[in-house]
Design a protein around this ligand. Structure first.
Ligand SMILES: *Cc1c(COP(=O)(O)O)cnc(C)c1O
Length: 453
């Protein structure tokens, strides 16, 4: 066996664990053998903490099939005569507490339409959060604008509001705060900077249906709020998205842009196609699925919060497990994912990879969070493209590269571990399985840290 080098602290912990073990052995010899076998990590051949399956997703209501079959038989499958889409928009606006809602083909297209409607143009710069799904800044590149990353606060998993102002240049026209995993961004602080510098605010709420900040649903704090209804999301329809806002003129413009630039409301008919647009329309079937899924979303939201609060209280007792910090006491997360940070040093320098494999082996599915996407291949692909070289002076792109250093985000990318939202729909016992499995891994951190599999 490989010889171990222990730090002073680790040596102390190892000694005390050994002392407890030998005490038990003297007192109850037969019990201890069974008990130690029971405590052996599943990754090292011991029994799993959990063998039962977790709730699968999406959860489908049989009754909803009737309305879909009926719609299919009418032939009215698209937005052009799509009464179900209009009904969904009304219901979703109500649910979100917004004046208007526009249904779109996806969350990505909701963001694209918002950027265009708010005037983000080629050669502009848009501030974005780097700890997000890639769509958040792919859409900036689609607009031939430059995404400028603002560092992440590892404690909140969110954009660090104190880092926004230093990234603003005379080309900056907008900011996309992302309520990642459903955790609300500190929107008062974002809006304060945005107002001062006259920036448009597009909330990426694609993981944050019903999440709240200071008593109001997120998506209502920016010029627009964008949502996704892709299959894994808490409100799923295969694909789909929505934009919300209280601004009628802006929403008319979004509608027109998402429908090939056809006139709509205050977008007047000066010709057949008065403005430039695309086809980003939702289909009727998506609206019907969404309305059936909306029947469960409020209850699911409460169940996830209750289970998450319980997990918070238990997990923060385990050394080396750092739960997220909410930006305000009033903040409510939608828990698209339940995140925490794994501090390897507290687990005898066990790699996060091993921790995740060990937890999966115990029957608790989990994954790492996002990688450092500000270093992904697409960045250089875009920055070195012909178009970008025309739009941005070489000196600006050079400076961009030099400033693309995000220590907070890098740290979070190394430490984050996530559970899926559907696991949070389980029972209190299911949550205890999670806690017991992590506790078991913590107790066996020495053996697992040495694991080379
Ligand atoms: C899912 C998601 C999107 C994109 O939504 P799609 O419906 O998949 O296009 C954008 N941003 C975030 C944070 C997301 O999670």
């Amino acid at each position: 066996m490989k010889k171990l080098k222990l730090t002073r602290r680790q040596a102390l912990t190892a000694v005390s664990a050994g002392a407890v073990g030998s005490f038990l052995k003297w007192s109850f010899p037969s019990f201890t053998i069974a008990r130690s076998e029971q405590d052996k990590p599943a990754l090292l051949g011991g029994p799993k903490v959990r063998t039962a399956p977790w709730p699968s997703w999406p959860i489908w209501d049989r009754e909803a099939e009737n309305s879909i079959i009926e719609m299919l038989r009418t032939g009215r499958w698209w937005r052009g005569n799509g009464e179900h889409i209009v009904e969904f928009e009304k219901k979703y606006a109500e649910l979100m507490g917004a004046k208007r809602c526009l249904a779109t083909a996806s969350g990505t297209t909701a963001l694209m339409v918002s950027l265009q409607a708010l005037g983000v143009d080629a050669g502009d710069e848009v501030l974005v959060s780097p700890f997000t799904f890639i769509a958040t800044y792919n859409v900036v590149f689609y607009q031939k604008a430059l995404p400028v990353f603002v560092d992440t606060d590892p404690e909140t998993f969110l954009i660090d509001p104190s880092k926004i102002e230093s990234r603003i240049t005379e080309r900056t026209t907008a900011i996309i705060p992302v309520h990642i995993y459903g955790l609300p961004v500190d929107m008062d602080r974002v809006n304060e900077v945005a107002r001062k510098h006259n920036l448009k605010v597009i909330e990426d709420a694609c993981q944050a249906w019903l999440a709240e900040y200071k008593g109001k649903k997120v998506g209502n704090f920016g010029h627009t709020g964008c949502f996704s209804f892709q299959n894994s999301k808490n409100l799923p329809a295969g694909e789909g998205g929505a934009i919300i806002s209280d601004n009628d003129e802006l929403m008319d413009l979004c509608h027109s842009i998402h429908n090939c630039g056809r006139p709509y409301g205050s977008v007047k008919r000066t010709s057949n196609y008065p403005i430039n647009g695309g086809n980003n329309r939702m289909q009727q079937i998506q609206a019907l699925i969404l309305m059936s899924q909306m029947k469960r979303i409020l209850r699911d939201f409460e169940i996830r919060i209750e289970n998450a609060k319980y997990l918070d209280s238990k997990l923060k007792e385990i050394p080396g497990i750092k739960t997220y910090k909410l930006v305000h006491e009033s903040a409510k997360s939608a828990y698209h994912l339940y995140p925490f940070r794994f501090i390897s040093q507290e687990f005898n320098n066990m790699p996060r990879e091993t921790f995740i494999r060990a937890l999966n082996a115990e029957g608790i599915p989990c994954m790492p969070g996002y990688g450092p996407q500000n270093k992904d291949g697409l960045i250089e692909q875009m920055l070195t493209s012909r178009g970008f070289k025309r739009l941005f002076p070489e000196s600006r792109l050079k400076q961009w590269r030099e400033e693309n250093v995000l220590p907070g985000n890098d740290q979070l990318c190394r430490e984050a571990v996530i559970f899926s939202q559907s696991m949070l729909l389980g029972t209190r016992n299911d949550m205890d399985d999670i806690v017991n499995a992590i506790t078991k891994i913590y107790k066996n951190r020495q053996a697992l840290a040495e694991y080379k599999g």
